[in-house]
Ligand binder design. Structure first.
Ligand code: ATP
Ligand code: MG
Length: 652
């Protein structure tokens, strides 16, 4: 990538040292980097000791048949026992595992580890009664209610890999995932609450089940909203079963089996920002080691005193690794919220539950920036001590806002880079060690080997940009794509032998710290210069009137590609004034250089996003190139594209 690519990011000179008390008491200190470098396998073996094993492993890593890794070979364990039973056995049964907050106000439940153990055992017994056996796949299509956690852990207990499909996805999306992993049982609910109103789920399941022929034998339904559902009960030869009939009636005694370390834990289909979803397979021992260790390391979790809250939906990998498996394996107390971000509701929850560690996505932060700091300023968030970000590069401006407004200028921000495929956080500051730079994910964690390389797989060295790669296997890495070893090799390992290609562009600054630049597919080529979307977006967001920005490269006769930007203004900026477009174009030219000046800027009310909050640039590219807008089925709100197209006429 050319020099222009990073001129504005490397101008970022703000640094935030870790708070002294956090540094002094940090779970992981600086020495960990050298220790892991000296003996990577010993480092991960020590991390695995955090778990309870039925049988210890014979070998830490078997990498004799790359890219097919085996971790903790010969070991056996049960993920659900590690997440639940062992905390009860250790005398922490009365500790709250989940402070669940429903979307309707005052609809809350506190669930202790002992209660969770009983529920998981009941659900495991009920699933057994429905014929679910070790190795069978179970699809889960549910809102953010405690039963979704119970369902996942019950599957894990039985060794029946789950595939959680986001509750907002369509019947088609659900059907294709059920078919791909051949699930015979679907767990769902009548509906969930969305923006204050009940929203049905069961009809989509019925439709999906119809589409999959005879595949699905049973649909297990939690009653959440109480709305009417079409019902085909077992008494009339149908497949529907109420959760409260079979789970509540089941015994709380369930003898767990110890599964092989490499036994499949779950299949997670990636959000599909770029194309046909891939069934990422995660297995048990390495995954649980990687997620529980990094959760303790990166969030500096003190299970005795912290109240942790990850706002991700369980239908996304972050919900799997950092709401279910990591935190529960660590015996954390956490908040789980059914709703989506609404003005002050999140901050009310932080205040009410005295949340200490908070993990969310840049998209949410930018939404709150747009609304203005008056809203969060109205709450007492002094309990917070650490903030995390995941999902997209966090723009420096959004980082600083997050730190100041939400974190009261005292909480470190950990910008965590990872993927569905990596299973665990890979690149992140260590909160007690790293002096954070706004906008940089900093360094590969101890035990992780990342680098930035050029087209020939040569390390680019400090001060240069290229492709992010991972050089050594890691415990929670994906093992393959479900049923498609070839696609697994092609997608991630074929570009350069021996290197995992993440698909993201990145740059090393002069200190060797890593700045993520967005997907390589999104990199633009303007008059022969490679420009990163992330960088221009960050330049736009650094303008005081802008809350959020998305940039795409549109075909252009003279320059090859031209920069087209879509921006959302902060509420306080009103319509931005007459010259807003010129003002922003000049701002980008000043921040990055004339080459990056957008040809076109559209002020829009919303941006198209996936359910996990990522901007879908491919749809914006369709608009910028005046094409029919492509597939919108994975959008969180499919009406957004109409709002944007409506604006098109007014663009310069
Ligand atoms: P698909 O692979 O199907 O297109 P996806 O990549 O959006 O979907 P995820 O696995 O949820 O699905 O997202 C991982 C990607 O998100 C990373 O490859 C990277 O592009 C981006 N990402 C995640 N965290 C960060 C971060 N902290 N900084 C920059 N980018 C991030
Ligand atoms: Mg991806």
């Amino acid at each position: 990538m050319s020099e222009q690519t990073l001129s504005n990011l490397s101008r970022e000179e703000r640094r935030f040292e870790p708070p002294a008390d956090l540094a002094a008491n940090a779970n992981v200190k600086e020495e960990a980097y050298a220790r892991a470098d000296a003996d990577r396998e010993a480092f991960w073996a020590e991390a695995a000791e955090r778990l309870d094993w039925g049988r210890k492993w014979d070998q830490v890593l078997d990498w004799t048949n790359p890219p097919f890794a085996k971790w903790f070979v010969g070991g056996t364990l049960n993920a659900s026992v590690n997440c639940v039973d062992r905390h009860v056995a250790a005398g922490n049964g009365d500790k709250v595992a989940l402070h669940w907050v429903g979307e309707p106000a005052d609809d809350t439940r506190d669930i202790t580890y002992a209660q969770l153990k009983d529920e998981v055992s009941r659900a495991a017994n009920a699933l057994t009664e429905l014929g679910v056996k070790k190795g069978d796949r179970v699809a889960i299509y549910m809102p953010m209610i405690p039963e979704v956690v119970v369902a996942m852990l019950a599957c894990a207990r039985l060794g029946a890999p789950h595939t959680v499909v986001f509750g907002g996805f369509s019947a088609d999306a659900l059907a294709s995932r059920i078919t791909d992993c051949e699930a015979h049982v679907v767990i769902t609910s009548d509906g969930g609450y969305r923006r204050g109103a009940p929203s049905a789920l069961k009809p989509a399941v019925d439709e999906a089940v119809e589409k999959t022929g005879d595949l699905v034998r049973n649909v297990l339904v939690v009653r959440r909203t109480g709305q009417d559902v079409d019902w085909h009960g077992r008494e009339e030869g149908g497949r529907d079963v109420w959760w409260h009939d079979v789970v509540d009636a089941a015994s709380t005694e369930h003898e767990p089996e110890m599964h092989d370390s490499e036994h499949p834990l779950y299949v997670m289909y990636t959000s599909g920002t770029t194309g046909k979803p891939k069934g990422i397979l995660h297995t048990t021992g390495g995954y649980l080691t990687g997620t529980s260790f990094t959760h303790w390391e990166v969030f500096d979790l003190k299970p005795e005193t912290d109240v942790y809250w990850c706002t991700a939906d369980v239908g996304w990998v972050t919900g799997h690794s950092y709401m279910v498996y990591g935190p529960l394996a660590n015996g954390a107390t956490q908040v789980m919220y059914e709703g989506t971000p609404e003005k002050g509701r999140w901050w009310q929850i932080v205040q009410d539950y005295k949340v200490t560690i908070f993990y969310t996505a840049p998209t949410a932060i930018r939404t709150f920036m747009k609304q203005g700091r008056e809203i969060p300023d109205g709450y007492d968030m002094s309990s917070l001590r650490l903030l995390g970000s995941v999902g997209e590069p966090i723009n420096p401006e959004a980082y600083v806002w997050y730190r100041e407004v939400i974190g009261g200028d005292r909480c470190p921000v950990v910008d965590t880079w990872w993927q569905t495929e990596t299973g665990q956080i890979m690149i992140s500051p260590l909160p007690g060690v790293t002096a954070g730079k706004p906008g940089s994910a900093m360094k590969a964690l101890p035990g992780i080997a990342a680098d930035v390389v050029d087209d020939d797989a040569k390390p680019v060295g400090n001060g240069n940009g290229g492709y992010l790669v991972l050089k050594e296997p890691w415990p929670a890495m994906l093992r393959t794509l479900w049923g498609d070893d070839e696609r697994f090799k092609d997608t991630y390992w074929s570009r350069w032998p021996g290197l995992y290609f993440a698909g993201d562009g990145a740059k090393l600054d002069e200190d060797g710290d890593i700045w993520l630049l967005g997907r390589v597919d999104d990199v633009m080529n303007v008059s022969g210069h490679r420009l990163s979307t992330t960088e221009i977006e960050s330049a736009l967001v650094s303008h005081p009137k802008v809350a959020e920005a998305a940039v795409v490269g549109a075909a252009d006769e003279t320059t090859g590609q031209a920069v087209c930007a879509f921006v959302i203004l902060r509420d306080a900026a009103g319509d931005g004034g007459e010259d807003i477009v010129e003002e922003l174009r000049r701002h980008v030219a000043k921040e990055i250089g004339a080459i990056a000046k957008p040809r076109q800027i559209m002020v829009v009310p919303e941006l198209p996003k996936t359910r996990s909050g990522k901007i879908m640039r491919r749809l914006l590219k369709d608009v910028a190139e005046h094409r029919e807008v492509g597939d919108v089925t994975t959008l969180a709100d499919s009406t957004v594209m109409d709002l944007i197209k409506g604006k098109e006429g007014s663009a310069p």
